[in-house]
Design a binder for this molecule. Structure first.
Ligand code: COA
Length: 282
């Protein structure tokens, strides 16, 4: 059992009473709020089964005075990286997403958030370092404007992507450069007033896949097809270089805040998706 101080990583930090958060779980479309976790709460280490995937929504809309508390959970390298952002808002969002990621992963692993250490693949995908990897956790983070998503699995490779649907974004131009021929055809068949949403629907599905691979945008995005368009269930349709890829992965649409699109790709099939909310309470 972890005490809330350890859970929140406050052990060595002195007084940071404003940093509290609650865990909300959605069950059968009903939202169940846990009581607000307080300093004296006891939080059990969370164990996942190999078929479970937990998707955490992290709101970055209100950060108040907690930024310093979040910052204090980060490593020296992470703080240095944050300090390179030109705009304060980007720095603050980086702090909150990273701190939330550390708190949540710390909960699964059973250690204080600031004790976690990460290694990075050649293309920058973070993984838990070997000493924590025995927990077998895999995760992936994505953020866009005021929303971050973190997907956590027990052993299965995972990629997640969220994007704010920006109607001013030159989606068709970008699609011409990056989408496959068949995806372009689908995009053009969508009524003009739904095209921005369709673009981001396709984009998030493609990014979730290349993030699950860990290769990011070094994979040519036109080398594989995803489904999208009105009522098209999320699916990896065709990977030209490796046709057996489509049976290796499952793709899911994730319903998030209005105005955003999100997709998840997980290795294997038959997953049980759980939805959780991470909010800071002031
Ligand atoms: C990974 C990538 C697709 C992210 O795209 P994005 O939409 O801007 O960002 P998202 O918010 O969805 O994801 C960012 C998070 O994904 C994770 N991430 C970083 N690199 C990753 C990778 N290669 N695979 C999976 N996840 C990755 C990190 O947690 C990152 O969070 P951080 O920025 O707070 O550290 C993109 O940055 C990329 O391709 N990077 C790899 C570098 C590369 O291959 N460059 C070649 C360019 S041609």
């Amino acid at each position: 059992m972890l005490g809330i101080r350890e859970f929140l990583g406050l052990g060595a930090l002195g007084n940071l009473p404003s940093l509290r958060f609650k865990v909300t779980k959605k069950c059968d479309d009903k939202t169940v709020d846990s009581p607000l976790l307080s300093r004296n709460s006891q939080v059990e280490k969370k164990n996942l089964t190999t078929s479970e995937v937990e998707i955490w929504q992290i709101s970055m809309a209100r950060m108040g005075d907690s930024i310093q508390a979040f910052r204090s959970l980060l490593s020296h390298d992470e703080i240095q990286r944050a300090d390179r952002f030109a705009f304060e808002i980007d720095r603050s969002r980086f702090f909150i997403a990273r701190a939330a990621m550390r708190q949540i992963l710390g909960w699964y692993v059973g250690v204080a958030p600031q004790e976690l250490t990460f290694s990075y693949s050649q293309n920058g995908k973070p993984e838990l370092n070997a000493e924590f990897e025995k927990a077998g956790l895999k995760f992936n983070l994505s953020h866009s404007r005021e929303l971050a998503l973190l997907a956590v699995t027990q052993g299965a490779r995972v990629g997640i992507d969220v994007e704010f649907v920006d109607h001013k974004f030159p989606g068709e131009e970008i699609a011409e450069r990056f989408f496959s021929v068949s995806e372009m055809k689908t995009l053009r068949s969508v009524p003009a007033n739904q095209r921005a949403d369709a673009f981001f629907c396709c984009w998030t599905r493609k990014e979730a896949y290349v993030k699950a691979l860990g290769e990011g945008l070094s994979v040519p995005l036109h080398s594989f097809d995803v489904s999208f368009g009105p009522n098209a269930p999320a699916a990896l349709m065709h990977v030209r270089t490796h046709p057996d890829e489509i049976s290796r992965w499952s793709m899911y649409e994730i319903k998030v805040l209005r105005g955003y699109r999100a997709a998840l790709v997980v290795e294997g099939s038959g997953h049980i998706l759980g939805h959780r909310q991470w909010n800071v309470e002031f």
